[in-house]
Design a protein around this ligand. Structure first.
Ligand code: NAX
Length: 334
């Protein structure tokens, strides 16, 4: 394609961006023919770091990367004409901070960025929210960004999805590429439900995976909590939250969304506005099983049977998301 794809990235001076920007610039995400133009946003205090990142992007001599790379602390400049918007920047939880303070702080950021996108982004831009609390930040953004179709505003569940897929492969001693159709449901938080009910490999047919992993009590005591707490495990070990794996997951999310999943029946997990499937409130940002088709289209897989074991987990994460949305709603209606 002749035209460069305009990709805006916020939180671009941070650690996920440092792993993500090379994936974008090298063609790993949008393909080896697609030129891209990067427009980077961070807060004024990070200006020198951001400038340093731009120097490194220049020094990478990426053939697909248009120059100059734009960097700014003004959202309207970063979002101008954007086709793809990756929102990494958010306010981190500080010691002693209550969840509602965190929601309020981020509510303001995502309100302002939603309004900025509304002013200057392309009307059919594709947006992915990564900054936490990701589901609710995406919900707030979508309330203020009415120009972009609601289903174009998504958030990242793919890291949790990839963590589960890899864990299943390791447990079964299979290749990761042989594991299909794991699912993450709900909030990107410790209440998420990592579900293997519909997963399969060449050896283990659909319907037998829960038994193959040791049965429901083993899932409840080991597999599910491992995935729910994996982010905390990495944080404790690295003293920094997941970044390399988060960047890989963002690339996977964007590539599948734009170009379709590898096969028609492949399921991936994305946080998208609910269409009412599975009794999830319409419009709530919830991680669902989805199938992606070429051209930036996806469909929520809405006909899976949910048994009592799964339903209990889905209800817990749903309750948490409803209460987060209520806090965020207070801000929206102010
Ligand atoms: P860093 O703290 O390294 O970077 C965040 C950057 O965002 C900083 O440079 C900061 O200055 C900037 N920033 C803050 N407010 C901003 C604003 N209003 N506009 C523009 N930039 C702003 O964090 P990093 O490790 O890169 O993680 C980024 C976000 O991803 C965090 O919120 C983190 O919690 C979240 N994560 C979400 C994941 C998911 O699966 N949904 C997984 C990975 C990650 O933990």
């Amino acid at each position: 394609p002749d035209r460069a794809l305009i990709v805006a990235v916020t939180g671009a001076a941070g650690q996920i961006a440092y792993s993500l920007l090379p994936l974008l610039a090298s063609g790993t995400v949008f393909g080896p023919q697609q030129r891209i133009k990067l427009q980077l946003l961070d807060v004024p205090a990070a200006e020198s770091v951001l400038k340093g990142v731009c120097c490194e992007l220049e020094d990478g001599a990426y053939p697909l990367l248009d120059h100059p790379v734009l960097y700014t602390s003004v959202a309207d400049e970063a979002f101008a004409g954007a086709d793809i918007v990756v929102l990494l920047g958010s306010f981190p939880r500080k010691p002693g901070m209550e969840r509602k303070d965190l929601l309020a702080k981020n509510g303001t950021i995502f309100r302002d960025q939603g309004q900025a996108l509304n002013r200057v982004a392309k009307a059919d831009a594709h947006v992915i929210v990564v900054g936490n609390p990701a589901n609710t930040n995406a919900w707030t953004l979508s309330q203020f960004c009415t120009k972009i179709p609601k289903e174009h505003i998504t958030a990242l569940a793919r890291l949790d999805h990839n963590r589960l897929k890899s864990l299943v492969a390791r447990k079964l001693d299979s290749a990761v590429s042989d594991v299909h159709n794991v699912i993450i449901w709900g909030n990107h938080s410790a209440t998420q439900y990592p579900d293997v009910t519909y997963a399969y490999t060449p050896q283990i047919v659909q319907g037998k995976m829960r038994a193959a992993l040791g049965g429901d009590s083993q899932l409840a005591s080991e597999v599910i909590p491992l995935i729910q707490k994996r982010g905390a495990e990495v944080l404790a070990l690295r003293k920094l939250s997941s970044a390399m794996s988060a960047a890989k997951a963002i690339g996977d999310h964007l590539r599948d969304w734009m170009f379709g999943t590898q096969t028609e029946n492949e399921i991936v997990s994305m946080i998208v506005p609910s269409d009412g499937s599975y009794g999830i409130d319409k419009g709530l940002m919830f991680a669902f099983p989805v199938q992606c088709h070429r051209g930036g289209k996806y469909r929520i897989v809405s006909d899976l049977r949910i048994d009592d074991f799964s339903r209990k987990y889905i209800e817990t994460t749903l309750a948490e998301l409803r209460s987060e949305r209520e806090e965020a709603m207070r801000l929206v209606s102010k």
